[in-house]
Design a binder for this molecule. Structure first.
Ligand SMILES: *[C@@H]1O[C@H](CO)[C@@H](O)[C@H](O)[C@H]1NC(C)=O
Ligand SMILES: *[C@@H]1O[C@H](CO)[C@@H](O)[C@H](O)[C@H]1NC(C)=O
Ligand SMILES: *[C@@H]1O[C@H](CO)[C@@H](O)[C@H](O)[C@H]1NC(C)=O
Ligand SMILES: *[C@@H]1O[C@H](CO)[C@@H](O)[C@H](O)[C@H]1NC(C)=O
Ligand SMILES: *[C@@H]1O[C@H](CO)[C@@H](O)[C@H](O)[C@H]1NC(C)=O
Ligand SMILES: *[C@@H]1O[C@H](CO)[C@@H](O)[C@H](O)[C@H]1NC(C)=O
Ligand SMILES: *[C@@H]1O[C@H](CO)[C@@H](O)[C@H](O)[C@H]1NC(C)=O
Ligand SMILES: *[C@@H]1O[C@H](CO)[C@@H](O)[C@H](O)[C@H]1NC(C)=O
Ligand SMILES: *[C@@H]1O[C@H](CO)[C@@H](O)[C@H](O)[C@H]1NC(C)=O
Ligand SMILES: *[C@@H]1O[C@H](CO)[C@@H](O)[C@H](O)[C@H]1NC(C)=O
Ligand SMILES: *[C@@H]1O[C@H](CO)[C@@H](O)[C@H](O)[C@H]1NC(C)=O
Ligand SMILES: *[C@@H]1O[C@H](CO)[C@@H](O)[C@H](O)[C@H]1NC(C)=O
Length: 718
């Protein structure tokens, strides 16, 4: 075992030219999807960058010419929270939500404006709470029917957390499961949908201030929540094209939410009071949506349904049922004869067109190729406006024909952003490796990402990265949390395989992880490792490292206790699982009960079989453990459990904690510190750096000077 006195081997020459740096990657613009105007001439997108001198983000809205790709500043992103095109006869009229409200702290306000002269905006409404998720329809009468959502009390009143309400004590009492979720302790507020009307008033609109909660006192739903927290958004609800009907999705909240995923879509006239993405056809007669068969498995296959927008005769039909993909985004073609969907597909996420009456055996063809689609819209011309990302570009905008022919390239972040300069498709490779013992597929997919200045005659240590989920995938996308190109540019060849459990390769591969966490996926990961050794002489396995978050952290801990663990110089676990029995302190019980084939009360042995801590005797490889305090998915005690045992065994190890981060690290300053610690750790053990990651400190590491250029950084622990 490599100990503390291990000395660095001769280091591979670090390519310093045009390498992606943590500061560059974290500070570079983060761009939204594009919202096209009704005529398809203009688009709006937001862009947020970060200054390491000011320690502050700058956010702007831009107006994009959808023919030329040229764009200009439209509005200040710190003031304007959301923008929507008004529609109707004007191609440039807008409405926007201003994130502040002069009359009511914590409220927002509504403005009408024209994109060609936004300084002439007119205030038309004041909302006394932090409403969001604006969706509207300009009705034939000229009035605007709109929907927004906000946290609300059980009596339907919207909740405004500001002005601050100070309770006399902080007790939280629960009488059933569903106590906390993701990073939030649940209280007596839930997201609810509200409707309002803007009345046509000459050239502008007037608003009577009446926002009506659509989700109190209806049918047998004791308490709906739309959108679902924390990841739900305005795709959880829709307004019909005539503005007269609302479709909304809620979990079935009359049953235990912590262990069921079932959900319903409700249809509601605008004037009273596990399915997903209800989407109206343009003629308003149909709704397309997704639904999974299982009511306790969030990674089951999304099937595509078409229903009449008529509760008396819903006539629900399923289309392309045999297609072995699980789509997410959905949009109707302009003629309502087909839908376009987006689905994970072989390490990418691609767009497919499916006729609205497609038979079960219809197999759609992808109309996009490389990259992971973030969002798409159907333009008036029938062409499709796409926003995606790739390993080499944080955001690309382009327009394709319905057949997939690229019509206009509008923006490529790697050509636009200084921090991304020099990144290209040549940095990215894919390969398939044979699996000796896999019942779902004979070959599995992996991606490979190459460092700057890559020279096939040199060798580079392996950075082996295992994805989370486990139902997820390593794909051709940009991430600001696990950015493969950033890892590679430290001097590694990154290999990120898609073992059993991965999505986008058929449901059988995904489902095979059930009751099998450390089984087939581990064997696949070993098979890929062996394939690398046999096929890629430019990868140095002697000095390789392995890392993963969430299930990838679980797998790292499993690897530490098994033979593969002895092959790496160092390991990194971010918010992983150490003792699988402890997953009962998680919030989504449906997840663990699915993946362990039942409740602990019935099959306790399933919770024990794949528990990494059972193999503590073998632990020997230097291990960095990261676990954040707001992670309620896997509590921070999982990381402490691992770290404390590693320390008692004398295995070189380090513990990193962010008290203000959840399962992820989102704050850019925290993320910079995360990268500093993680790269400091793996670069030392892999021999890319001689700087010891140990500083004799038992608490926080007050260190940001990693050498090299760049602006001096102030410490920001708080
Ligand atoms: C961030 O974006 C703003 C507006 O586009 C620009 O003025 C500024 O120079 C950018 N700052 C950095 C650090 O990139
Ligand atoms: C957008 O760009 C095209 C091509 O340069 C130009 O012809 C057109 O006038 C622009 N559109 C608007 C609305 O300015
Ligand atoms: C947003 O509202 C604030 C005050 O409520 C106002 O000062 C500011 O000009 C508004 N900005 C825009 C773009 O409407
Ligand atoms: C659009 O223009 C037509 C014809 O001028 C007019 O009849 C109609 O009322 C306008 N619609 C709206 C929403 O302004
Ligand atoms: C609804 O309940 C909240 C919290 O108990 C309370 O503050 C509010 O006044 C109630 N609203 C109405 C209309 O009763
Ligand atoms: C607000 O709107 C609701 C639903 O449209 C209606 O029943 C109610 O009377 C309105 N209240 C006021 C004060 O206008
Ligand atoms: C609520 O009503 C729906 C639709 O009628 C029904 O399917 C469901 O079983 C009901 N739920 C309860 C808890 O009664
Ligand atoms: C779900 O929750 C209910 C009530 O808490 C409980 O009786 C049941 O055993 C749980 N598990 C499953 C798999 O339904
Ligand atoms: C139901 O939908 C199917 C398939 O689109 C169609 O053939 C059938 O006529 C519809 N039935 C009714 C009652 O609308
Ligand atoms: C569809 O995907 C394949 C890879 O599976 C790719 O080669 C092809 O270019 C894609 N089609 C389009 C139109 O992008
Ligand atoms: C778990 O359930 C799956 C599917 O129902 C089954 O194939 C598998 O054998 C079960 N595994 C265990 C350990 O019970
Ligand atoms: C194949 O997989 C099964 C289940 O994961 C495991 O029990 C068995 O040992 C594996 N066989 C080989 C040859 O790896």
């Amino acid at each position: 075992m490599a100990g503390l006195k291990w000395t660095a081997i001769a280091t591979a020459a670090l390519p310093l030219v045009a390498a992606l740096t943590p500061e560059g990657m974290l500070g570079a613009p983060r761009r939204s999807e594009v919202i096209p105007n009704p005529t398809g001439e203009w688009g709006i997108f937001s862009s947020t960058n970060y200054s390491w001198e000011d320690h502050a983000a700058t956010s702007v809205w831009n107006l994009l010419n959808l023919t030329s790709g040229e764009y200009d500043y439209l509005a200040d992103g710190s003031e304007v929270a959301e923008i929507a095109w008004l529609g109707g006869n004007s191609s440039t009229a807008l409405v926007y939500l201003n994130g502040t409200n002069e009359e009511e702290d914590g409220g927002v306000s509504l403005y009408a404006a024209d994109a060609t002269d936004i300084s002439g905006a007119a205030l038309i409404g004041s909302f006394p709470a932090p409403y969001a998720g604006w969706k509207h329809v300009l009705t034939p009468s000229g009035d605007v029917h709109f929907l927004v959502y906000c946290l609300a009390f059980e009596n339907g009143t919207a909740y405004n957390p500001d002005p601050e309400y100070e309770p006399l004590n902080t007790a939280r009492v629960y009488e059933s499961t569903w106590v906390r979720h993701w990073d939030t302790w649940l209280d007596d507020t839930r997201n609810n949908l509200f409707k309002g009307v803007l009345t046509a008033d000459g050239d502008s609109f007037s608003f009577d201030g009446n926002l009506t909660n659509l989700q109190v006192g209806i049918k047998n739903i004791s308490r709906a929540e739309t959108p679902d927290r924390p990841f739900g958004d305005s795709t959880n609800y829709a307004l019909s094209p005539d503005g007269e009907t609302v479709a909304w999705w809620t979990r079935n909240i009359d049953i235990p939410l912590a262990n069921k995923t079932s959900a319903y879509i409700w249809l509601q006239p605008f004037d009273i009071g596990y399915s997903a993405n209800p989407t109206f056809s343009h003629d308003g007669t149909k709704i397309a949506y997704f639904q999974m068969d299982s009511d306790y498995y969030e990674a089951d296959r999304n099937k595509i349904y078409i229903a009449n927008a008529d509760v008396a005769n819903p006539n629900i039909t399923q289309i392309a049922n045999d297609w072995d993909r699980s789509p997410s985004g959905i949009a109707w073609a302009n003629d309502d004869l087909s839908v376009f969907v987006q689905a994970d597909d072989l390490g990418h996420s691609r767009i497919f067109e499916i006729p609205a009456d497609a038979p079960a055996d219809f197999q759609p063809t992808n109309i996009t190729g490389s990259g992971v689609v973030a969002a798409f819209s159907i333009l008036a011309s029938d062409d499709i406006l796409v926003a995606d990302s790739k390993v080499w570009s944080s955001r690309d905008y382009y327009v394709i024909s319905p057949e997939g022919e690229v019509i206009t390239e509008l923006l490529k972040a790697n050509e636009e952003d200084e921090a991304l300069a020099g990144l290209s498709e040549a940095d990215f490779r894919e390969f398939y490796f044979p699996t000796p013992n896999n019942s779902a597929l004979q070959e599995l997919h992996s991606i490979m990402v190459l460092p700057a200045g890559f020279d096939e005659s040199e060798t580079y240590p392996l950075a082996y990265i295992i994805h989370g989920g486990p139902q997820g995938y390593n794909g051709n996308s940009w991430s600001t949390r696990w950015n493969f190109k950033l890892w590679a540019d430290q001097g590694y060849v990154v290999v990120a395989p898609n073992p059993t459990a991965s999505t986008g390769f058929g449901q059988a591969l995904t489902d095979l992880v059930q009751g099998n966490w450390g089984g087939t996926p581990y064997e696949d990961i070993v098979a890929c490792y062996e394939y690398i050794g046999a096929n890629f002489p430019f990868i140095d396995l002697e000095n390789g490292i392995e890392a993963g978050a969430s299930y990838g952290g679980y797998m790292t801990n499993w690897i530490q206790g098994h033979d593969l663990g002895r092959k790496f110089k160092a390991l990194v676990t971010h918010d992983g699982s150490t003792d699988t029995r402890a997953q009962y302190s998680s919030e989504e019980m449906f997840f663990i009960e699915h993946d362990n084939n039942g409740s602990f009360l019935d099959v306790p042995e399933n919770y024990d079989r794949w528990s990494p801590v059972n193999f503590y005797e073998n632990w020997a490889t230097p291990h960095l453990v990261i676990h954040n305090s707001l992670d309620y998915r896997l509590g921070e005690t999982e990381g402490l459990h691992l770290f404390n045992l590693l320390q008692e065994k004398g295995v070189p190890s380090k513990f990193l904690n962010f008290p203000d981060e959840n399962h992820w690290v989102l704050n850019r300053e925290n993320s910079l510190a995360w990268h500093s610690e993680v790269f400091g750790w793996v670069n030392y053990w892999s021999g890319l750096s001689e700087v010891s990651p140990f500083h004799g400190s038992t608490s926080v590491t007050p260190r940001f000077d990693r050498g090299g250029g760049g602006p001096a950084r102030r410490r920001r622990w708080h």
